[in-house]
Design a protein around this ligand. Structure first.
Ligand SMILES: C[S@@+](CC[C@H](N)C(=O)[O-])C[C@H]1O[C@@H](n2cnc3c(N)ncnc32)[C@H](O)[C@@H]1O
Length: 273
């Protein structure tokens, strides 16, 4: 008899649904607030000007902008075309002429082996359903001696707990692994085994700063695809999710005065091929 773990997940169907989710709301409104993570990551790897950089699952260009302002030669990819359009507008506004855009699935990157000196992904590749395939693709397109650098939410951090909370109300399809595994050292070692020479991880915090809990929820319910879609799907049952989200935010919020100053742990991962 098949148990849940015996069932091979239909990655194609899962991905199509996820793509619609990230295309809903307007992730760009949230992505822009995370800009410091791209900047921090580029400094952490001591990014060189003229480096050939690929940003995977780039959204509206958090890591892309950081690499572009350091005069790298950037290719920015995502499977939601509208987010790449938003990134293109950002690049134009800042006068960058060193960014190329390409719609691409992180699990099937349309580039030759060893094309890039640096492969980046901030809170992006971690959301692919076939984690092993996505890791192999990043390693494949990175040149020997090159760098793969990521920012991945951890399981215990706030956003890791947000996804756990969402899963409690809308269970993911059988066989789909938690995105937060990309913040786990042993899992990363297994995913990249035999393909890279060194993996370093440092835990850091990104601090969400909003006027209040209500402000945060309004922004995330309106613009952040996974939360936006969850409330749409739950309809009347959304009140229970709302209550769990409020309790979760109270647990992490460090602003005692009704404001919203909330650290969320992520793993800064630096891999040498
Ligand atoms: C949380 S957003 C992060 C975006 C951006 N890197 C940032 O730091 O703001 C996740 C992004 O991953 C993209 N994404 C998820 N799975 C993908 C896949 N299989 N191929 C390409 N992009 C993917 C989504 O479209 C979305 O833009």
């Amino acid at each position: 008899m098949n148990t849940q773990t015996d069932i091979a997940p239909d990655f194609g169907a899962i991905k199509a649904k996820q793509q619609a989710t990230w295309g809903s709301g307007d992730y760009a409104k949230v992505g822009s607030t995370l800009q410091i993570v791209g900047e921090t990551l580029c400094e952490a790897i001591d990014l060189r000007s003229n480096a050939r950089v690929l940003d995977v699952a780039a959204g509206n260009g958090n890591a892309t902008m950081a690499a572009a302002r350091r005069f790298a030669d950037v290719t920015s990819t995502d499977y939601v075309p509208g987010l790449l359009d938003a990134s293109r507008r950002r690049a134009e506004a800042q006068g960058f002429d060193n960014v190329a855009y390409q719609v691409a699935d992180a699990e099937a990157l349309p580039f030759d082996d060893g094309t890039f000196d640096v492969v980046l992904s901030t809170f992006g590749v971690m959301f692919t359903p076939d984690q092993t395939k996505a890791a192999s693709e990043m390693a494949r397109v990175c040149a020997k001696g090159g760098t793969i650098a990521m920012a991945n939410w951890t399981a215990d951090g706030f956003i890791g707990q947000v996804f756990k909370t969402l899963g409690g109300h809308m269970p993911p399809p059988p066989g789909v692994k938690s995105p937060a595994l990309w913040g786990d050292e042993a899992t990363l070692a297994a995913m990249f085994a035999g393909q890279v020479s060194d993996i370093r991880i440092e835990k850091k915090d990104f601090v969400f700063r909003y006027r209040s809990y209500g402000h945060f929820m309004d922004v995330f319910r309106t613009y952040y695809g996974p939360i936006h879609k969850a409330f749409l799907a739950l309809g009347d049952k959304g009140a229970a999710l709302e209550a769990d989200m409020e309790a979760l935010c109270q647990r992490f919020n460090r602003d005692p005065d009704g404001g919203f100053t909330l650290p969320s742990q992520y793993a800064e991962v630096i891999i040498t091929k």
